[in-house]
Design a protein around this ligand. Sequence first.
Ligand SMILES: *Cc1c(COP(=O)(O)O)cnc(C)c1O
Length: 395
Amino acid sequence: MPPQNAPAEVPAVPVPELTPATLAVVAGRPAKDPGAPVNPPIVLSSTYVSQGTPPASEKLYTRWDTETWSPFEQAVATLEGARLPGLVFGSGMAAIAAVLSVVPAGGKVVVPRHAYHATLILADELAERYAVTVERVYVADTDAVIAASAGADLVWIESPTNPMLEVADLPAIIVAAHEAGALVGVDNTFATPLVQRPLAWGADIVVHSVTKYLAGHSDVVLGMALTDDEALHQRLWHHRTHHGAIAGPWEVWLALRGLRTLSLRVERSQASAADLARRLTGHADVVEVRHPSLPQDAGHETASRIMDGYGSIIGLRPRGGASGADQLIAAVRLWVPATSLGGVESSLERRRRFATESPTVPDDLIRMSVGIEDVEDLWADLDQALRAAGRRQGR
Ligand SMILES: *Cc1c(COP(=O)(O)O)cnc(C)c1O
């Protein structure tokens, strides 16, 4: 008979006294035994030899658990400062769907007005199918988030938000939401654990679209959920297992390989993003630049106080409205016009091209994901594209 519950004993993750940059390199390696490989193997097997009543600790079937997930789950947990291993999912959305499943029918969830659009679609689905009350808030308005937390089962925060880059005062929100009796889940995709670790502030659950910075090479779609609460861990495991929201072994192996360079990639792309945001601010063909590193940015004060960096996403509104933005995107040569973000290659996209994007996101907003190319090359390409778009508009 197949087990209906997660293994009773979840192995604790050792938290060595090393910096995150080092942990990203060393976590999840095989033991240094003579002749051992330095990387964990990929095991391609759907099932394991077993008979009789299975002990809870034994591997049986890879929808339940597999050794190819564990090193990556341990490594990300170590980076996020989680006591329990993370749970890898087949996508960021699969992880978010698992978290939203903790909201009971007739319950209440607080979500950001601006968040990853599929998250908001799922929240609306909860409202339709399970009579869940969904309250949308501006995450940078701490008082509004705290007020909305009253009676909520789950307060779901993204920070910085996708694509508006609003910054939430997470420590304050987490304390207040807990006082109101709500769980707090944080989508930490944009910040990465190198820039903020919400579990340390008491968040109940942290989620990543691993697809983005953690894997970092635009070659896999994966997600992860992390929690220090054993009961929640069990619920999320149950959801992953019985909804079949699992990841393939190759993808997880690639994500772990990508994770090794997280610190170098984040360091480089953050520095370039801040540099480009500053240069764009003074550009004649630009209406608005959003990046928390800019002193005049609405998120600057909070980000400087609570985060260890400002992230690598820039919001850009060029002159000429939505068509000006489309002209700019058509004119870039180095930057890749594409959705998604967090890869080594710089990419950009006008978000409102999707009908599902929030109507309060400006029509002309371009979300720019800064990669690890030389910043002068990135700037030269943007500058020529801005000028080309300007010429087409008769400037
Ligand atoms: C991309 C993204 C997601 C969804 O992740 P997938 O891996 O595409 O399913 C969720 N949250 C944020 C902030 C994202 O950028």
